[in-house]
Design a protein around this ligand. Structure first.
Ligand SMILES: [Ca+2]
Length: 257
């Protein structure tokens, strides 16, 4: 029986080693996880993008059209998006709730030139409506470019707020700004009788502001009844113009193709 016990211990040890190597095996992104396991459910997964040493947790939104790696989620005021450069670079919040994945991780994902990425924005209003915007060829530049935003062709029903409605406010090919890192092109910008030097409005969230522009989903969250007219909000101004309307919820995510 001692020999039998010993072989059971060895056998179990092998199974445990096999299982732990299975759990340590990280996908490169949510799209690959969904492709390899079509039944995989939405949830938090550990990923390791190709050519990157870091492993990190992401929320995967598994849909019929593929696995999407979520990098922004807003649904209430519990998580403050009034953060500075370091926080927007590294990420904040909990992946199962409201969060910002972090510019460095989005860069790690999208720097692989062998893949192309589609970025999807989902919006929910306070009246039960939804809308979306999708961009082909999404990627971010590295930290030296202030994580410059690059998007290709738009499709959707929320409008192309990244390129914006006013001349000179196109956020495509613009770097990221926070209250302590100003790349917004305003020094100042004149809006009617207001002169703004910072599109973060000194306390709002970071974004790829271009003379402010028409999109910013990282501003202050506002509840129903207080969702209209704030300088800082969850704004996608091609969706509900002209007064700034602050969405009830938003989600930004990417899929590799
Ligand atoms: Ca400025």
């Amino acid at each position: 029986t001692q020999v039998k016990m010993k072989s059971v211990v060895v056998y179990c040890g092998l199974i445990l080693a096999f299982l732990s190597s299975c759990t340590e095996q990280a996908g490169t992104d949510c799209t690959q996880i969904k492709t390899l396991s079509p039944q995989a459910a939405s949830g938090v997964y550990v990923i390791q993008p190709a050519g990157v040493k870091a492993k990190f947790k992401v929320y995967c939104e598994m849909r019929a059209d593929g696995g999407w790696t979520v990098f922004q989620k807003r649904s209430g005021g519990a998580v403050s998006f009034r953060r500075q450069w370091a926080a927007y670079t590294n990420g904040f919040g909990n992946q199962t709730q409201d969060h910002w994945l972090g510019l460095r991780k989005i860069f790690y994902l999208t720097k692989d030139k062998s893949k192309k990425w589609t970025m999807r924005v989902d919006l929910w209003d306070h009246e039960g409506g939804t809308a979306f915007a999708e961009y082909k060829n999404f990627r971010l530049g590295n930290e030296k470019t202030a994580f410059k935003l690059h998007v290709g062709k738009y499709r959707g029903n929320a409008g192309d707020a990244i390129r914006g409605t006013y001349k000179g406010t196109d956020q495509n090919h613009y770097g990221f700004s926070t209250t302590d890192r100003d790349n917004d092109g305003c020094s100042p910008c004149i809006f009617g009788d207001l002169a703004e030097t910072q599109c973060t409005f000194r306390e709002g969230g970071g974004w790829w502001y271009s003379k402010c522009g028409s999109a910013n989903l990282n501003g202050d969250w506002h509840p129903a009844g207080e969702q209209i007219g704030w300088a800082s909000g969850l704004h996608w101004r091609t969706w509900k113009p002209p007064a700034p309307y602050s969405a009830k919820a938003s989600r930004m995510m990417i899929k590799s193709v």
